[in-house]
Ligand binder design. Sequence first.
Ligand code: GUN
Length: 292
Amino acid sequence: MTAQLIDGKKIAQQVREEVALAVGRRVSSGKSIPTLATVLVGNRADSAAYVASKSKACMELGMGSLSEHLPEDATQAEVEALVKKLDADPEVHGILVQLPLPAHLDEEKVLSLISIEKDVDGFSPLNIGRLAQKGREPLFIPCTPSGCVYLLEKSGVKIEGAHVVVLGRSNIVGLPVSLLLLARNATVTICHSRTKNLADVIRQADILIAAIGKPEFVRGDWIKPGAAVIDVGINTIPDPTKKSGKRLVGDVNFPEAKEVAGYITPVPGGVGPMTIAMLMKNTLAAAELQSS
Ligand code: GUN
Protein backbone atom coordinates (compact mmCIF):
# COMPACT_ATOMS: atom_id res chain seq x y z
CA MET A 1 0.00 0.00 0.00
CA THR A 2 1.38 3.39 -0.96
CA ALA A 3 -1.62 5.61 -0.19
CA GLN A 4 -2.13 7.31 3.13
CA LEU A 5 -5.43 6.14 4.59
CA ILE A 6 -7.85 8.97 5.47
CA ASP A 7 -9.47 7.76 8.67
CA GLY A 8 -13.00 9.18 8.48
CA LYS A 9 -14.07 7.42 11.65
CA LYS A 10 -11.35 9.13 13.69
CA ILE A 11 -11.83 12.56 12.11
CA ALA A 12 -15.62 12.30 12.54
CA GLN A 13 -15.12 11.39 16.19
CA GLN A 14 -13.13 14.59 16.73
CA VAL A 15 -15.94 16.65 15.14
CA ARG A 16 -18.51 14.85 17.29
CA GLU A 17 -16.54 15.60 20.47
CA GLU A 18 -16.40 19.30 19.58
CA VAL A 19 -20.15 19.34 18.92
CA ALA A 20 -20.90 17.48 22.17
CA LEU A 21 -18.86 20.03 24.14
CA ALA A 22 -20.64 22.96 22.47
CA VAL A 23 -24.04 21.33 23.11
CA GLY A 24 -23.11 20.88 26.79
CA ARG A 25 -22.09 24.54 27.07
CA ARG A 26 -25.30 25.65 25.35
CA VAL A 27 -27.59 23.58 27.55
CA SER A 28 -25.84 24.50 30.80
CA SER A 29 -26.29 28.15 29.92
CA GLY A 30 -30.05 27.52 30.01
CA LYS A 31 -30.69 27.31 26.27
CA SER A 32 -32.78 24.59 24.62
CA ILE A 33 -31.44 21.18 23.61
CA PRO A 34 -30.63 21.17 19.86
CA THR A 35 -33.15 18.74 18.36
CA LEU A 36 -33.26 16.96 15.01
CA ALA A 37 -36.44 15.48 13.54
CA THR A 38 -36.00 12.72 10.99
CA VAL A 39 -38.71 11.62 8.58
CA LEU A 40 -38.55 8.16 7.07
CA VAL A 41 -41.21 7.09 4.58
CA GLY A 42 -41.40 3.43 3.63
CA ASN A 43 -39.31 0.36 4.36
CA ARG A 44 -35.95 0.68 2.60
CA ALA A 45 -33.48 -1.12 4.86
CA ASP A 46 -30.60 1.24 3.97
CA SER A 47 -32.67 4.37 4.69
CA ALA A 48 -33.91 2.90 7.99
CA ALA A 49 -30.31 2.15 9.01
CA TYR A 50 -29.12 5.68 8.10
CA VAL A 51 -31.96 7.32 10.03
CA ALA A 52 -31.29 5.10 13.06
CA SER A 53 -27.59 6.10 13.01
CA LYS A 54 -28.54 9.78 12.87
CA SER A 55 -30.89 9.47 15.87
CA LYS A 56 -28.28 7.49 17.80
CA ALA A 57 -25.67 10.17 17.13
CA CYS A 58 -28.04 12.85 18.48
CA MET A 59 -28.42 10.91 21.74
CA GLU A 60 -24.67 10.32 22.05
CA LEU A 61 -23.93 14.03 21.65
CA GLY A 62 -26.55 15.18 24.15
CA MET A 63 -28.93 16.37 21.45
CA GLY A 64 -32.63 15.65 21.06
CA SER A 65 -34.03 13.37 18.39
CA LEU A 66 -37.54 12.90 17.09
CA SER A 67 -37.94 9.95 14.69
CA GLU A 68 -41.03 9.97 12.50
CA HIS A 69 -41.87 6.97 10.33
CA LEU A 70 -44.68 6.85 7.78
CA PRO A 71 -45.70 3.73 5.81
CA GLU A 72 -44.63 3.10 2.20
CA ASP A 73 -48.13 4.01 0.96
CA ALA A 74 -48.33 7.34 2.84
CA THR A 75 -50.03 9.98 0.72
CA GLN A 76 -48.46 13.25 -0.40
CA ALA A 77 -50.89 15.07 1.92
CA GLU A 78 -49.84 12.96 4.92
CA VAL A 79 -46.14 13.54 4.35
CA GLU A 80 -46.68 17.25 3.79
CA ALA A 81 -48.80 17.54 6.96
CA LEU A 82 -46.03 15.88 9.01
CA VAL A 83 -43.28 18.11 7.61
CA LYS A 84 -45.43 21.24 8.18
CA LYS A 85 -46.10 20.17 11.78
CA LEU A 86 -42.37 19.68 12.44
CA ASP A 87 -41.52 22.96 10.76
CA ALA A 88 -43.95 24.80 13.05
CA ASP A 89 -42.67 23.06 16.21
CA PRO A 90 -40.33 25.43 18.10
CA GLU A 91 -38.69 22.46 19.85
CA VAL A 92 -37.49 21.06 16.51
CA HIS A 93 -34.41 22.87 15.18
CA GLY A 94 -33.53 20.71 12.20
CA ILE A 95 -35.60 18.54 9.84
CA LEU A 96 -34.19 15.72 7.74
CA VAL A 97 -36.42 13.92 5.24
CA GLN A 98 -34.54 10.77 4.33
CA LEU A 99 -34.16 10.37 0.56
CA PRO A 100 -35.13 8.77 -1.72
CA LEU A 101 -38.83 9.03 -0.97
CA PRO A 102 -41.14 6.38 -2.48
CA ALA A 103 -41.65 7.10 -6.18
CA HIS A 104 -45.29 8.26 -5.88
CA LEU A 105 -44.26 11.23 -3.70
CA ASP A 106 -43.19 14.66 -4.95
CA GLU A 107 -39.81 15.11 -3.29
CA GLU A 108 -39.35 18.71 -4.38
CA LYS A 109 -42.70 19.74 -2.90
CA VAL A 110 -41.98 17.96 0.40
CA LEU A 111 -38.53 19.52 0.78
CA SER A 112 -39.88 22.97 -0.09
CA LEU A 113 -41.93 22.88 3.13
CA ILE A 114 -38.81 22.92 5.31
CA SER A 115 -37.86 26.47 6.38
CA ILE A 116 -34.35 27.46 5.36
CA GLU A 117 -33.46 27.86 9.08
CA LYS A 118 -34.32 24.18 9.70
CA ASP A 119 -32.84 22.82 6.45
CA VAL A 120 -29.93 20.98 8.10
CA ASP A 121 -29.48 18.85 4.95
CA GLY A 122 -28.86 22.05 2.98
CA PHE A 123 -31.05 20.81 0.10
CA SER A 124 -33.36 23.81 -0.27
CA PRO A 125 -32.98 25.74 -3.54
CA LEU A 126 -32.09 28.82 -1.50
CA ASN A 127 -29.21 27.05 0.25
CA ILE A 128 -27.97 25.43 -2.97
CA GLY A 129 -28.38 28.72 -4.86
CA ARG A 130 -26.27 30.57 -2.32
CA LEU A 131 -23.68 27.78 -2.46
CA ALA A 132 -23.52 28.23 -6.23
CA GLN A 133 -23.03 31.98 -6.24
CA LYS A 134 -19.82 33.83 -5.53
CA GLY A 135 -19.76 35.75 -2.27
CA ARG A 136 -23.05 34.29 -0.97
CA GLU A 137 -23.22 32.18 2.17
CA PRO A 138 -25.65 29.26 2.51
CA LEU A 139 -27.10 28.75 6.00
CA PHE A 140 -26.30 25.03 5.75
CA ILE A 141 -24.00 23.02 3.50
CA PRO A 142 -25.11 19.49 2.53
CA CYS A 143 -23.53 17.01 4.96
CA THR A 144 -21.79 14.48 2.72
CA PRO A 145 -20.15 17.18 0.53
CA SER A 146 -18.94 19.15 3.55
CA GLY A 147 -17.64 15.89 5.04
CA CYS A 148 -15.63 15.20 1.86
CA VAL A 149 -14.06 18.67 1.91
CA TYR A 150 -13.33 18.43 5.64
CA LEU A 151 -11.49 15.13 5.10
CA LEU A 152 -9.35 16.67 2.34
CA GLU A 153 -8.52 19.73 4.42
CA LYS A 154 -7.75 17.75 7.59
CA SER A 155 -5.45 15.48 5.58
CA GLY A 156 -3.52 18.46 4.20
CA VAL A 157 -4.55 17.92 0.58
CA LYS A 158 -4.26 21.18 -1.36
CA ILE A 159 -7.57 22.04 -3.03
CA GLU A 160 -6.75 25.44 -4.53
CA GLY A 161 -5.59 25.01 -8.11
CA ALA A 162 -6.08 21.23 -8.03
CA HIS A 163 -7.94 19.48 -10.82
CA VAL A 164 -10.87 17.78 -9.10
CA VAL A 165 -12.89 15.19 -10.99
CA VAL A 166 -16.31 14.52 -9.47
CA LEU A 167 -17.90 11.30 -10.63
CA GLY A 168 -21.68 11.74 -10.29
CA ARG A 169 -23.96 14.77 -10.45
CA SER A 170 -26.62 13.99 -7.83
CA ASN A 171 -28.39 16.71 -5.87
CA ILE A 172 -27.17 15.10 -2.63
CA VAL A 173 -23.45 14.73 -3.39
CA GLY A 174 -22.06 15.31 -6.90
CA LEU A 175 -23.46 18.75 -7.61
CA PRO A 176 -22.98 20.36 -4.16
CA VAL A 177 -19.47 18.93 -3.68
CA SER A 178 -18.52 20.38 -7.07
CA LEU A 179 -19.78 23.82 -6.01
CA LEU A 180 -17.96 23.63 -2.67
CA LEU A 181 -14.66 22.73 -4.33
CA LEU A 182 -15.10 25.41 -6.99
CA ALA A 183 -15.57 27.95 -4.18
CA ARG A 184 -12.19 26.76 -2.85
CA ASN A 185 -10.59 27.57 -6.21
CA ALA A 186 -10.28 24.04 -7.57
CA THR A 187 -10.71 23.36 -11.28
CA VAL A 188 -13.72 21.04 -11.29
CA THR A 189 -14.78 18.52 -13.92
CA ILE A 190 -18.13 16.79 -13.34
CA CYS A 191 -18.50 13.37 -14.97
CA HIS A 192 -21.65 11.29 -15.33
CA SER A 193 -23.18 8.39 -17.22
CA ARG A 194 -22.85 10.11 -20.62
CA THR A 195 -19.26 11.28 -20.19
CA LYS A 196 -17.00 10.05 -23.00
CA ASN A 197 -13.56 8.59 -22.26
CA LEU A 198 -14.31 8.50 -18.55
CA ALA A 199 -11.13 6.69 -17.55
CA ASP A 200 -9.01 9.27 -19.39
CA VAL A 201 -10.79 12.16 -17.66
CA ILE A 202 -10.34 10.53 -14.24
CA ARG A 203 -6.63 9.99 -14.99
CA GLN A 204 -6.24 13.79 -14.96
CA ALA A 205 -7.60 14.16 -11.42
CA ASP A 206 -5.41 15.42 -8.59
CA ILE A 207 -8.48 14.80 -6.43
CA LEU A 208 -11.20 12.27 -7.31
CA ILE A 209 -14.61 12.30 -5.64
CA ALA A 210 -16.42 9.08 -6.57
CA ALA A 211 -20.18 9.25 -6.02
CA ILE A 212 -22.00 7.16 -8.61
CA GLY A 213 -23.21 4.19 -6.58
CA LYS A 214 -21.53 1.48 -8.69
CA PRO A 215 -19.52 -1.07 -6.69
CA GLU A 216 -15.74 -0.94 -7.32
CA PHE A 217 -16.32 0.91 -10.59
CA VAL A 218 -13.12 2.98 -10.64
CA ARG A 219 -10.07 0.83 -11.42
CA GLY A 220 -6.59 1.39 -10.07
CA ASP A 221 -5.13 2.23 -13.48
CA TRP A 222 -7.63 5.12 -13.86
CA ILE A 223 -6.00 6.93 -10.94
CA LYS A 224 -3.19 9.45 -11.31
CA PRO A 225 -0.26 8.42 -9.10
CA GLY A 226 -0.37 10.39 -5.86
CA ALA A 227 -3.98 11.57 -6.30
CA ALA A 228 -6.37 11.96 -3.36
CA VAL A 229 -9.35 9.61 -3.68
CA ILE A 230 -12.55 10.28 -1.73
CA ASP A 231 -14.94 7.35 -2.12
CA VAL A 232 -18.55 8.27 -1.32
CA GLY A 233 -20.04 4.96 -2.51
CA ILE A 234 -21.69 2.57 -0.06
CA ASN A 235 -22.58 -0.58 -2.01
CA THR A 236 -23.41 -4.06 -0.74
CA ILE A 237 -21.94 -6.96 -2.69
CA PRO A 238 -22.25 -10.72 -2.09
CA ASP A 239 -19.35 -12.26 -0.14
CA PRO A 240 -19.70 -15.95 0.75
CA THR A 241 -16.66 -15.73 3.09
CA LYS A 242 -18.66 -13.45 5.45
CA LYS A 243 -21.17 -14.76 7.98
CA SER A 244 -23.73 -12.28 6.64
CA GLY A 245 -22.98 -13.39 3.06
CA LYS A 246 -22.29 -9.80 2.00
CA ARG A 247 -19.95 -6.86 2.51
CA LEU A 248 -19.74 -3.14 1.86
CA VAL A 249 -17.57 -1.67 -0.90
CA GLY A 250 -17.20 1.81 -2.35
CA ASP A 251 -17.33 3.10 -5.92
CA VAL A 252 -13.56 2.61 -6.18
CA ASN A 253 -11.70 -0.68 -6.38
CA PHE A 254 -9.85 -0.14 -3.09
CA PRO A 255 -7.20 -2.91 -3.33
CA GLU A 256 -6.08 -1.56 -6.73
CA ALA A 257 -6.46 2.15 -5.96
CA LYS A 258 -4.53 2.12 -2.70
CA GLU A 259 -1.40 1.07 -4.59
CA VAL A 260 -1.54 4.17 -6.81
CA ALA A 261 -3.25 6.97 -4.88
CA GLY A 262 -1.51 9.35 -2.48
CA TYR A 263 -4.51 9.46 -0.12
CA ILE A 264 -7.62 7.30 0.01
CA THR A 265 -10.76 6.90 2.13
CA PRO A 266 -11.81 3.36 3.07
CA VAL A 267 -15.38 2.01 2.84
CA PRO A 268 -16.70 1.67 5.47
CA GLY A 269 -14.99 4.15 7.80
CA GLY A 270 -14.34 6.99 5.35
CA VAL A 271 -16.98 9.44 4.21
CA GLY A 272 -19.95 7.69 5.94
CA PRO A 273 -19.13 8.74 9.52
CA MET A 274 -18.39 12.29 8.32
CA THR A 275 -21.92 12.71 6.91
CA ILE A 276 -23.41 12.13 10.35
CA ALA A 277 -20.83 14.30 12.12
CA MET A 278 -21.59 17.21 9.77
CA LEU A 279 -25.33 16.72 10.30
CA MET A 280 -24.78 17.05 14.04
CA LYS A 281 -22.77 20.22 13.45
CA ASN A 282 -25.57 21.64 11.26
CA THR A 283 -28.23 20.76 13.85
CA LEU A 284 -26.32 22.59 16.57
CA ALA A 285 -25.90 25.58 14.21
CA ALA A 286 -29.64 25.49 13.48
CA ALA A 287 -30.44 25.65 17.19
CA GLU A 288 -28.01 28.55 17.66
CA LEU A 289 -29.65 30.35 14.75
CA GLN A 290 -33.20 29.89 16.01
CA SER A 291 -33.30 30.05 19.73
CA SER A 292 -31.92 31.85 22.68
N1 GUN B 1 -30.01 9.85 1.36
C1 GUN B 1 -28.71 9.59 1.13
N2 GUN B 1 -27.92 10.54 1.71
C2 GUN B 1 -28.77 11.43 2.29
C3 GUN B 1 -28.56 12.62 3.04
O1 GUN B 1 -27.44 13.10 3.28
N3 GUN B 1 -29.70 13.24 3.48
C4 GUN B 1 -30.94 12.75 3.22
N4 GUN B 1 -31.99 13.44 3.67
N5 GUN B 1 -31.17 11.66 2.52
C5 GUN B 1 -30.08 10.99 2.07
